[in-house]
Design a protein. Structure first.
Length: 61
């Protein structure tokens, strides 16, 4: 009996949060390139954190 593959992890919420943070910083500093860089970094960090969290919970089951 084979184990079905796990469901893919959705990162939509993390990308929305990162976009809002990046736009907010970019507009407040009047530097959209800085905002884009920070938004990308925040999105990557949040996605990595969620992936690690979900994988840890899957292993505990």
């Amino acid at each position: 009996m084979s184990i079905p593959p796990p469901q893919p992890i959705s990162h939509t919420a993390e990308m929305v949060i990162a976009t809002i943070v990046g736009v907010g910083i970019g507009l407040s500093r009047d530097n959209l390139l800085l905002g884009a860089g920070i938004g990308i970094a925040v999105g990557v960090l949040l996605s990595i954190a969620k992936t690690l969290y979900v994988e840890r919970r899957r292993r505990q089951r």
